[in-house]
Design a protein around this ligand. Structure first.
Ligand SMILES: [Zn+2]
Length: 210
């Protein structure tokens, strides 16, 4: 059994959104076209309350990109994005969600951010995704989405930590690249953790995997 985990294809991460990832919209057709190759489709949403501690506006005098200590751990500050039940948090209209079995939300606790789709940034709380996969005996997971150097990377590192055979569909990801070299470093880190990097056409050739 395998699963495709589609990370944060939300309006705020797409061109024109509050925290736009450059060319982020280009991954939507990749996500749509690959769906029939998988047994199980899951998606995640960044899902913040308005008072979330990752928003620069919630810290007087601070700006997006500044780093602060938030409840004991370092936090990069971002523009207000993906506020629960707003258009910015909605899935992109062109993203086909009709076959998504379950959506996992992250970043709900105002005191801690959650880049990973498995745990918050201090590993204090689970999203439930790891248990969901294990209950269904799914060992092989494939990830794509936004952004490569944050939510995809930290999800991949946690997935490896939890023992999943973890694949990243690289042409289905785009990154933020806050600092130059961030994307290459993210790819290196995921490789060193034992993740397998591939392109969507590697999957299209081989029929239903797993
Ligand atoms: Zn966020």
């Amino acid at each position: 059994m395998n699963a495709l985990i589609i990370v944060d294809l939300q309006n705020d991460f797409l061109p024109g959104g509050a925290l736009a990832v450059s060319h982020g919209d280009e991954v939507i057709p990749v996500a749509n076209n690959l769906q029939r190759r998988f047994n199980l489709l899951l998606a995640t949403q960044d899902w913040h309350p308005p008072n979330h501690g990752s928003f620069a506006t919630n810290h007087p005098g601070k700006r997006p990109g500044d780093r602060i200590m938030l409840d004991g751990i370092e936090q990069i500050l971002w523009p207000v994005h993906c506020v629960q039940n707003t258009r910015g948090a909605d899935f992109a209209p062109s993203f086909d969600t009709s076959r998504i079995a379950h959506v996992f939300h992250k970043g709900i606790d105002p005191l801690i951010d959650s880049y990973s789709t498995f745990f918050d940034n201090a590993h204090r709380r689970r999203t439930g995704l790891g248990e969901y996969l294990k209950e269904r005996s799914i060992n092989d997971i494939y990830l794509l989405g936004l952004a490569l150097d944050y939510c995809v990377k930290y999800s991949v590192l946690d997935a490896r930590h939890l023992g999943f055979n973890t694949h990243i569909i690289l042409d289905g990801c785009r990154g933020i690249g806050l600092d130059s070299g961030d994307l290459d470093r993210a790819i290196d880190e995921m490789k060193r953790a034992g993740a397998i990097l591939l392109q969507s056409h590697d999957l299209s050739l081989s029929g239903k995997n797993g």
